[in-house]
Design a binder for this molecule. Structure first.
Ligand code: SAH
Ligand code: SF4
Ligand code: F3S
Length: 484
């Protein structure tokens, strides 16, 4: 028998892209492909790209240079390009890079098996058409080869696209218009994941808490399947076996009272919100078209904390946006302090195609932007460490994910606040990945907490090991995750 063709997917960008890679991998399994252990072993390579900043986009071009030789090394090899750069550049990629066999956009994941077949037959294809149909969300159930690696955590897409058009952002151009998936399909997927041992879900969408808003406006009260985000959370919290729910990324303007209340009421909803703010200056926020000011954001953080006092808030910030003055930047530092972000991702502004900000004058000189980035990151590091120190001596619950990056036999997982916790214990008593364990926090480091296993309090330690384990299929395909 001929051995199956082997694929390898390199992923850049946000969690949505990581999850798209999982969907593509699952589809390829269903079409008779097997996962390659690495590039050397692969016949089909797919680069799932990100365009959020110029640097992310350029990763594709430097990869493609090296991949020309990879392809030439063995006959029958093929290269596909997916994701946001594929959507943005389309046929330019095919034209500029002869080594690329096919290009497919963010609405066309389901076409990957047929495009890979065409490539095997020597044809080059491009599919980047917009697809506003809900079929876009339909993927086959996890293939056994893929399901075998189902870890205790899973992503679930609930909406895609973005209608916000922030002036700096390429995403509305690469992901297209906002579209929400029917609630019944989401609940069914989550129920199916729960039966496979998934205990934590992360709901995904570019503006995830805008879920359902267009459908509700078009069809107010139309049937039980049109619900808002908070109502969806309540339904998912009721699914048996689901113990943790997270979501990313919400937009500040879509927190209604029901959603704030849900944070106080739903035990399954983790006490962490990643809430991008971008800037602390009203003038900059206005030019960014974020549709809220700095004080509205402070007030939202307060409302959320009133509902859930221990809530950990993290954020995304941009420095060096055109026209950003020293005073504007100071306002950003002040907001970071006032809200007390537990962590944040910060980026230097990067002009993107099709975006209005790319035409703005008053660019901030690169060295100034760099200085601001460093100052902001120094402040955040200090805040993160202070937060970690405040946790020492407390108890927390960790969902074990597998071997820690620290090595030395340590295991790692995340607590409900999304902090990485490393723990060591004798191999005989260490529960398997997928177990929820009680942990005493004994030490704080800048990037993680260190804990000791509290077996007496770990109701879960006797839990059956899940069929997975570290190095699951999901982890293997997550070869490179950058930025986002
Ligand atoms: N959908 C999410 C985030 C999308 S992109 C949201 O609306 O919040 C992730 C982060 O990348 C953004 O929050 C922003 O901080 C950053 N980003 C987006 N466009 C950028 C640009 N042109 N330059 C620098 N950073 C950018
Ligand atoms: Fe949409 Fe977020 Fe980009 Fe704004 S920053 S356009 S909300 S994806
Ligand atoms: Fe696209 Fe996500 Fe990057 S939406 S541009 S892959 S951050």
């Amino acid at each position: 028998m001929q051995s199956p063709r082997r694929f390898f997917i390199r992923t850049y960008g946000c969690q949505m892209n990581v999850h798209d890679t999982q969907k593509v991998a699952n589809l390829l399994h269903h079409h008779g492909y097997a996962a390659a252990a690495g590039l050397e072993d692969a016949d089909l390579l797919i680069v799932n790209t990100c365009s959020i900043r110029e640097k992310a986009e350029h990763r594709l071009y430097s990869d493609l240079g090296v991949l020309r030789d990879w392809k030439a090394d063995r006959p029958g090899r093929a290269i596909g390009v997916a994701g946001c750069v594929a959507q943005q550049e389309g046929d330019q990629i095919l034209r500029r890079f002869q080594q690329v066999d096919f290009v497919f956009g963010t609405h066309n994941l389901r076409l990957v098996p047929s495009m890979a077949e065409a490539a095997a037959a020597g044809q080059r294809t491009l599919r980047i058409d917009a697809n506003a149909s809900l079929e876009r969300f339909d993927f086959p159930d996890r293939h056994p080869a893929f399901a075998a690696g189902t870890p205790a955590r899973a992503f679930v897409t609930i909406m895609e696209g973005c209608d916000m058009f922030c002036s700096f952002c390429v995403v509305p151009h690469t992901r297209g218009r906002e579209i929400s998936r029917p609630a019944a399909a989401i609940v069914a997927e989550v129920e199916s994941l729960a039966t496979r041992g998934v205990r934590e879900i992360t709901l995904l969408g570019q503006t995830v808490n805008a879920y359902g808003r267009h459908d509700l406006r078009r069809r107010p009260g139309a049937g039980a399947d049109t619900v808002g985000f908070a109502a969806l959370l309540r339904r998912l919290a009721a699914v048996s076996g689901i113990e943790r729910i997270r979501y990313t990324s919400p937009h500040p303007i879509f927190f209604d009272e029901d959603l704030v209340r849900a944070h106080g009421e739903l035990a399954e909803l983790c006490p962490h919100v990643h809430l991008p703010v971008q800037s602390g200056s009203d003038a900059v926020l206005m030019r960014m078209r974020r549709r809220h000011g700095a004080d509205a954001y402070r007030a939202l953080a307060e409302r959320l904390r009133r509902a859930r006092p221990d809530l950990a808030i993290t954020s995304d910030l941009i420095v060096g946006f055109p026209g950003e003055s020293d005073a504007d930047f100071e306002a950003t530092l002040q907001l970071v302090r006032d809200v007390g972000f537990v962590d944040s991702f910060s980026f230097k502004y990067s002009p993107r195609p099709h975006t209005p900000a790319a035409q703005f004058e008053d660019a901030v000189p690169a060295p100034v932007a760099q200085e601001r980035l460093e100052a902001l990151q120094a402040l955040q590091r200090a805040q993160t460490l202070a937060y970690h120190r405040s946790r020492v001596g407390t108890r927390t619950e960790v969902l074990l994910e597998g071997a820690s990056r620290q090595g030395a036999g340590q295991q790692a997982g995340r607590d409900p606040y999304h902090r990485v916790v490393n723990l060591s214990a004798a191999a005989e008593v260490m529960p398997p990945p997928g177990a929820l364990v009680s942990v005493c926090v004994v030490e704080a480091t800048p990037h993680s907490l260190i804990g000791t296993l509290d077996l007496a309090k770990t109701a879960d330690s006797a839990r059956q090991p899940l069929k997975n384990g570290a190095g699951s299929a999901d982890e293997r395909i997550r070869s490179v995750v950058a930025g986002g």
